[in-house]
Design a binder for this molecule. Sequence first.
Ligand SMILES: Cc1ncc(COP(=O)(O)O)c(C=O)c1O
Ligand SMILES: N[C@@H](CCOP(=O)(O)O)C(=O)O
Length: 468
Amino acid sequence: MKYISTRGNVEAKGFIDTVLMGLADDGGLMVPSEIPVVSAAELEEWRTLSYQELFLKIFSYYTNDEIPYEDLKEMAYTSYGNFRAPEVTPVRKLSDSLYVLELFHGPTFAFKDVALQFMGELYSYISRKQNKIIHILGATSGDTGAAAIQGVRGKEGIKICILHPHGKVSRVQELQMTTVDDSNVLNLSVHGNFDDCQKVIKDLFADLDFKSKYHLRAINSINFVRILAQTVYYFYAYLHVEGSAGKKINISVPSGNFGNIFSGYLAKKMGLPLGKLIIATNENNILERFVNTGEYKPGDFTSTYSPSMDIQVASNFERYLYYLTGEDSGKLSSYMAALQSEGKITIDGTDLEQVQTDFAALGVKNQQCLDTIGKYQNEFGYLLDPHTACGIAAYEAFNGEGEIGITFATAHPAKFDEAIALIDIKQEFPAQIAALFAMPQHQTVVEHDKEAVVRELKAFYGNEGSVR
Ligand SMILES: Cc1ncc(COP(=O)(O)O)c(C=O)c1O
Ligand SMILES: N[C@@H](CCOP(=O)(O)O)C(=O)O
C-alpha cells in the first residue's frame, strides 16, 4: 500500500513516512492510493473479535509490514489497556432502533483517546526505532489536545505543543490540558478561535524548512493514521449491533473537523454495509449547508454549548472532495484554490446528488441540543453530552421507520457541565475529573499570530537539532 496526496504533488510514500509527513508537503492530505475492500465473508468472521483483534485486522491492510506484527500487537494492547471499559468502545442499546457507541472510556473521556492513545505509542515506537526527534504540533477545540497530551506526556524523544482557543474550551477540557506538568508539554492559549489555531499550525506545517528543521509532526486528523484508527470503531459498532447481519445500519456522528465522519466514509468504501452517514453539527453549520445546497462557505464563528464542534473550516473535507472528484487531483486543487481566492467551493448537478447520497446533515440549534439532553435523561435515564445530543437530534431527523441507527457518543457529559447545568441536571464527576479542579495550571497566553507561536516554539525546542 502506498499513500499519495490529494493534490497529486508528493511522491508516493509508505505507511511510516505518511505518519511522519502529517500534512502533505504540497499542502494536501495523504490518502491510500487504493482502498482495500473487506469481503462480506471476512466481515462475518470478524464478529467475535475483540476490539484489539479487530484493530490488528484493519491495520494489517494498511501498514505494509513496515511494523512487525508483534510490535503492532503490543502497541494495540498497550493503547487500549487503560480504557475503563474492557470492550474499549461499548455499544449501548437504548431502543430497538437506537444504539449508542460510547467512545468516551479512554483517559480523557472523549473519542479522541481511541486514536491518540495509539498515536502516542506509535510516535514513541518510531522515535525509538529510527532514533528520531518527534515534535508534535497540534490545534484543538478542547478534546484532541487533552487526548494527545495524555498520549505522549513524559515520553522520551517526544515534545508536544498544543494551541487551544483562549476561553473557548470547557473548564474541564482546559484543566485536562493545562494541569499536566511534564516538561515535554507546552500549552499555548491563543486569543482567537479554533479555526485561527488550526490555520497557524497548517501554515507552520506548510513552511517545509521550518517543519524539517524543528521535526514537526501532526496529531490532528490531517494525519491519515488518525482517520484509520477511527475507522476501527465503525466496524466494531456495526458488528456489535443485534441483528445487523445482512442489514444496512445508519450512523449519526457529531462532526466538526470532518475527521470522524470521514473515517465512516472510509469504512463504507472498505465494504462495511452502512446506510446513511449522518453529519450532526451545531450552529456552525457549514457542513449542513454544503450537503443541502452544494455551497461550502465558511461563515461567522458562533460559540455554542458543544464547543468542540465550533469549527467552520473542516480539515478533512478536502479528503472527501478528492473522492467526490473521482480522485482527480487537478480538479480538487482547483476547488481548494477557489476556496482560497473566492472564499467558497460550489458543486452542483450529479456531484451534489452524490453528496446527498453519501450524507445527510443537520445543524442542531442550541435550544434543541439542551432539549435533547433533557428528553433522553427523562425517557432513558441516559445523560448525553451536548455533542452527542446533537448526534441524537440528527439521528431522530433522519433514521427512517424500521431502520436501525447508531449514534456516536463522542464525549462524557462531565466534560461539558456548563451546558448540562443550564437544564438543572446535577451530575457527579468521575474521580479523575473531580481531582483536576485542585491542580495548578501551566499555559502561556499568546496572540493569534504565527510569529508569536514561532517564538514560543523555538524557546520550547531549545537547541535540539537533527540528532536525538
Ligand atoms: C466531543 C466531540 N464531538 C465531536 C467532535 C467533532 O469531530 P470531528 O472533528 O472529527 O468532526 C469533536 C472534535 O473534533 C469533539 O471533541
Ligand atoms: N474537535 C477537535 C478539533 C480538532 O480536530 P482533529 O480531529 O483534527 O484533531 C478537538 O477536540 O480539538
